[in-house]
Design a protein around this ligand. Structure first.
Ligand SMILES: [Mn+2]
Length: 340
């Protein structure tokens, strides 16, 4: 078997390229014509609204987003139970995100852009006490989005007005998600849900902490995405609607529906009065909205040329480039940057 596999794999090496009737056009500095290829990149908008009672401290969610090198984003939701042990739950999630953004420059990550490896390294480097749910997503130039998720942060892909991809939350039991932790009892990168999805030009990614998906329905996400002029506006509108629902005790939220379906209910005496378990779930709300764009990139350079720089023949006119910097511009959401 091994021999036949080897021969199958090696055969193409001996195939001569087909003779082209058109000799390649010689490049010269007087010509704008260059070989170019299409690469996928993300344009990313973010918005964080802390829990109403945690507004002063900025809440316990943290995130980073970076459009360089195709695009990467991550969200961590600090598990609030640590406050009972006099530990600030925000410290762990923020450090985990800071480390994740720093490790993007790591040699291994530069070669092998793998979110699970990034999570492993970021977790190992995090020294704060605490735990967090976390999602990391990285887009490859080919348009494949690679995802590693521990817990109940969500991610959906919307294509042509429909949710075409969604990840499932991981939990020990209701309201107790898998979590990356400072304690050995917690989960690690090895427990992550790892998956990838092939994306197309124009696809929209909506990712967020549970504070988003517990308080907003898919149909609402789809309408906001279709009505928003850009990713920044979409992220803000999604966060604001989720926030509105989260403090509405009469809103039958995805969270309350899920709770009832798991057998939770109001006490029997309230039930006699006609009450039902209902309402939004107050929480920190982090939203990342990313749009997939295909841009033309010269074959021999790493720079990104916006599509509008393309001439009538569909060939990139190579003068303006960006995205060549190995350096990373990172925004880690924290108290200082949050609103409200
Ligand atoms: Mn949360």
């Amino acid at each position: 078997m091994a021999a036949s596999t080897a021969s199958r794999l090696s055969t193409p090496r001996f195939l001569a390229p087909p003779a082209s009737p058109h000799p390649p056009i010689r490049r010269s500095r007087f010509s704008p014509v260059r070989a170019a290829k299409l690469e996928a990149v993300l344009s990313i908008g973010t918005h964080l609204i802390p829990h109403p009672r945690k507004a002063a401290s900025g809440g316990e969610d943290a995130f980073f987003a970076n459009s360089d090198a195709g695009g990467v984003f991550a969200i961590a939701d600090g598990v609030s139970g640590w406050a009972e042990k006099d530990v600030n739950p925000a410290l762990f999630s923020r450090e985990l995100m800071r480390n994740s953004s720093n490790f993007l420059n790591d040699e291994e990550l530069q070669v092998n852009r793998d979110p699970q490896t990034l999570l492993m390294k970021a977790h190992a480097a995090t020294s704060s006490i605490g735990s967090a749910t976390v999602i990391i997503a990285m887009l490859e130039k080919t348009g494949t989005l690679k995802i590693a998720s521990v817990g109940d942060c969500g991610l959906k892909v919307i294509r042509k007005g429909q949710v075409m991809f969604s990840i499932s939350p991981q939990e020990h039991y209701f309201d107790c998600p898998y979590q990356i932790s400072s304690e050995s009892a917690g989960q690690t990168y090895q427990d992550a849900l790892v998956c990838s999805v092939n994306l197309m030009d124009g696809d929209m990614i909506v990712s967020g902490s549970d504070g988003l998906f517990d308080n907003i329905f898919d149909q609402e996400i789809i309408s906001i995405i279709s009505e928003s002029p850009g990713v920044d506006e979409a992220a803000k509108a999604l966060a604001e609607l989720a926030r509105k629902h989260s403090v509405d005790v009469t809103f039958d939220s995805p969270y309350s529906m899920e709770a009832r379906s798991r057998g939770f209910d109001v006490p029997w005496w309230k039930k006699l009065l006609g009450a039902k378990l209902i309402g939004g779930k107050m929480d920190d709300i982090t939203v990342v909205v990313a749009k997939v764009k295909k841009v033309l990139v010269p074959e021999d350079e790493g720079g990104v040329i916006e599509e509008r720089k393309v001439n009538e023949q569909g060939i990139a006119v190579a003068e303006e480039q960006k995205g060549n910097e190995p350096g990373i511009a990172v925004a880690v959401a924290s108290a200082e940057q949050s609103e409200e």
